[in-house]
Design a binder for this molecule. Structure first.
Ligand code: UDP
Length: 240
């Protein structure tokens, strides 16, 4: 049973549980994918049934963003933990490194995935980088061919929402990979181009504010956050 927050069903997992579920799914090699919807994506899913469907089809739906945690709490069904997509992927790759497993990095502007690959190899010795590709391709077919040629255990799909969720759902059956994870701007962070908030800000649940200060152009996207809080309160009052 998933925990519903405004129509998005979350898996109620701790970080170690999510990592172990991911490693288990990789063994299956049957088109499984993980998504990490933050409040912005939850609001987007309300207007976009295709995105909602792609999230529902995911094998893992992780609670990214403090807003989701507050939302679930307000609705009276608290989730065990906040699972930022970047921390999740980092923990999974840490375990993969111990087993010499492989990851393919797909997404971001040209050059970023290669930069991320170098930093990830240094951070997780033993991790195999199976390949990289930027996220601004036109045709899926050559990309799928390139990925299938190396058949990685993990494929990071960093194309931004909702593109990455729709892409993973559409191509799940054509891809020979252990598990996919849709991670938005994660490659920019792994590459060292975008800094995350200091840990203290993260712990206080203020990572969103830090991002807003660093990238003021995000304000337009963030106007959805108060709407998210309003919608959660509405759902609570309706008693759903
Ligand atoms: N991106 C991409 N292909 C596209 C559009 C976006 O690879 O067609 C990349 C973009 O370069 C960035 C990421 O997707 O690295 C989206 O980052 P953003 O921070 O906007 O995503 P979020 O994590 O907020 O969903």
């Amino acid at each position: 049973m998933r925990t519903d927050v405004l129509g998005v069903g979350y898996d109620d997992l701790t970080m170690p549980e999510a990592v172990s579920a991911a490693l288990g799914l990789m063994q299956g090699r049957n088109g499984a994918y993980a998504v990490t919807p933050n409040p912005e994506i939850v609001m987007l899913a309300q207007e976009n049934p295709l995105l909602r469907d792609a999230i529902e089809d995911a094998s893992l739906v992780l609670a990214d963003g403090i807003g989701v945690i507050y939302g679930a709490r307000i609705l009276g069904r608290p989730l065990k933990a906040r699972l930022p997509g970047i921390d999740f992927a980092d923990a999974v790759m840490g375990e993969m490194a111990k087993r010499s497993m492989s990851v393919f990095l797909l997404g971001a502007k040209p050059g970023v995935a290669e930069q991320a690959a170098e930093r990830l190899m240094a951070r997780h010795p033993g991790l195999v980088i199976a390949g990289t590709n930027d996220g601004y391709f036109k045709d899926d077919a050559p990309i799928i061919e390139k990925i299938n040629a190396v058949s990685p255990d993990l494929l990071l799909v960093c194309l931004g929402a909702p593109k990455q969720e729709l892409w993973m759902q559409k191509n799940a059956q054509r891809l020979s990979v252990g598990l996919m994870a849709g991670l938005g701007g994660a490659l920019d962070v792994f590459a060292g181009n975008v800094q995350r908030a200091p840990e203290r800000w993260q712990k206080l649940g203020l990572e969103w504010m830090y991002r807003l200060i660093k990238e003021p152009t995000r304000a337009k996207r963030m106007v959805k956050l108060p709407l998210f809080v309003l919608a959660v309160t509405g759902q609570r009052i309706k008693g759903r």
